[in-house]
Design a protein around this ligand. Sequence first.
Ligand SMILES: Nc1ncnc2c1ncn2[C@@H]1O[C@H](COP(=O)(O)OP(=O)(O)OP(=O)(O)O)[C@@H](O)[C@H]1O
Length: 379
Amino acid sequence: MPETDVMPEPSLAAPPPAAGTGKPLSVTRLRKTYAGVTAVDEVSMEIAAGEFVTFLGASGSGKTTTLMMVAGFCEPDSGSIVVGGRDVTRLAPQKRGLGFVFQQYLLFPHMTVWDNVAFPLTLRGVSKADQRRRVGETLEMAGLSAMARRRPRELSGGQQQRVALCRALVYRPPVILMDEPLGALDKKLRDQLQTEIKRIQQELGLTVIYVTHDQEEALVLSDRIAVMRDGRIDQFDTPRELFERPRTPFVADFLGAANFLPGRLAEQTPQGTSVRLDTGGLITARPQALPDGTRVRAAIQPGRLALCPPHDGFCTGTVDSVTYVGTLVRVTVRPMSGADTELVRLELPSGRAPAVGERVGLTADPANVSVFTDAEDGE
Ligand SMILES: Nc1ncnc2c1ncn2[C@@H]1O[C@H](COP(=O)(O)OP(=O)(O)OP(=O)(O)O)[C@@H](O)[C@H]1O
């Protein structure tokens, strides 16, 4: 977060690209180091008009630094940023034509909600009549019409954040940047505002770049997610692709809390690639171009495993624990063979819960099983 109480203002000189077309934002080989620490390392991405893109990663992975370089609050060591076909890499934030919403709302405390939202239009000399129409429409869309005369201190945190969102929306910037905008709110309010942000984004066809470390939030909101680690993007894909085809063990683990089952590549079959697990069983994964005998880990998310009769699946074991979590049940299974094997974690509909101590088999659709070599890092 930049230490500033001056609201960044985009310039009217930046023409928004036609809705639903073109690439409003492209970032090429962006890099930033701080005293020998590489915060962002050659990040490149292209974002299409109307896309909701999220930077997701653990603390310190470079999400905010990347966003701040796009915003113009942090100067890159190298690389370029193009917004609506214009290279803005060396431009001041207010000249980039972007909107911002941060975790701290940065509202003007002495101004009413209406005046806070009207402020960017006043700055640009928009006529009073146009201001009335645009502010009125924007407040109504966010369900704030009844609060237009209040001051920020007379609003809840969620309402203040809605006002900050309105202020960023009112001049219709081509791209809106949001850095953990819901981070200060409780879970229930966060869920509610996520739905609202998504609705507004879709209604207006906005292009949004959003930073969060919350996987669920990223999955709910995003068309595509850039999973960041150590200043780099591990994978930039749709939520579904990230789940079903994680490219690295880190992505499989970070998004899906995958089970990693060690073994050795056995053979290619028409169904996929067979892996002989260290526990003795044979599991089939998506086809792999790797030599037989390669040491690998088969990765499967807990929600993609199913129970089957003992000895029918790739693993037979004993149910170690059963925990009800709403409509789901979390189950751990201790594989029968292999002295020091890890527990396998499953998530099942609660109606299908086994009993602790029950002998069960485990099975998985090959399409849901990824394979990573031991050389692939990311643990
Ligand atoms: N102003 C700075 N001076 C020195 N190091 C910095 C500075 N800003 C960020 N860093 C370092 O750069 C790396 C990336 O930080 P960044 O804030 O971008 O991560 P992040 O993924 O947004 O984390 P968080 O979720 O905690 O905000 C970290 O190692 C951080 O310590």
